[in-house]
Design a binder for this molecule. Sequence first.
Ligand code: SF4
Ligand code: SF4
Length: 154
Amino acid sequence: MYTVGSSTSEDIDSIGGRELARLCYSCGICVGGCPAARFSDDFNPRRIVLEICLGIGRRLVGGGSPIWKCTTCYTCHERCPAGVKPLDVVMALRNISFREGACPESVSVIRKNVLDDGVAGTVTRRAAEIRQKMGLPPAESDGRGELEALTGHE
Ligand code: SF4
Ligand code: SF4
């Protein structure tokens, strides 16, 4: 079974462009079912795979890269007839971007929320008001405690 890259690798070459080139025959099935490609002019999983195959994928690393438009729905993963796993390529590029300190602001906020509170989202003032109006107690989260229990780190 082909496995894209490695979660600890920091090298774009490690995504395995040569192997991807052997498998992918640019049929475009991944694009046909991709919701992100449908609503975006610059996101295209077939093209992302192709650029990695051609060794020109460096431009896909960064906070402004189209890779962040992927919804991680796994449709391409399930439909690709060649077992290429385009989503794994996108995630490998995201990991490289993140390690290089480059990601969209929205992702940085989620990261901070998880590290601070153990949850990706926070209770907004509006949500707190609605809860109060409905007679509900304030939302409480022990996300941080759960995170520490899961990871074994404080
Ligand atoms: S990644 Fe798979 S579905 Fe997409 S173009 Fe290549 S072979 Fe076709
Ligand atoms: S996982 Fe990403 S690239 Fe694949 S079909 Fe869904 S949105 Fe498109």
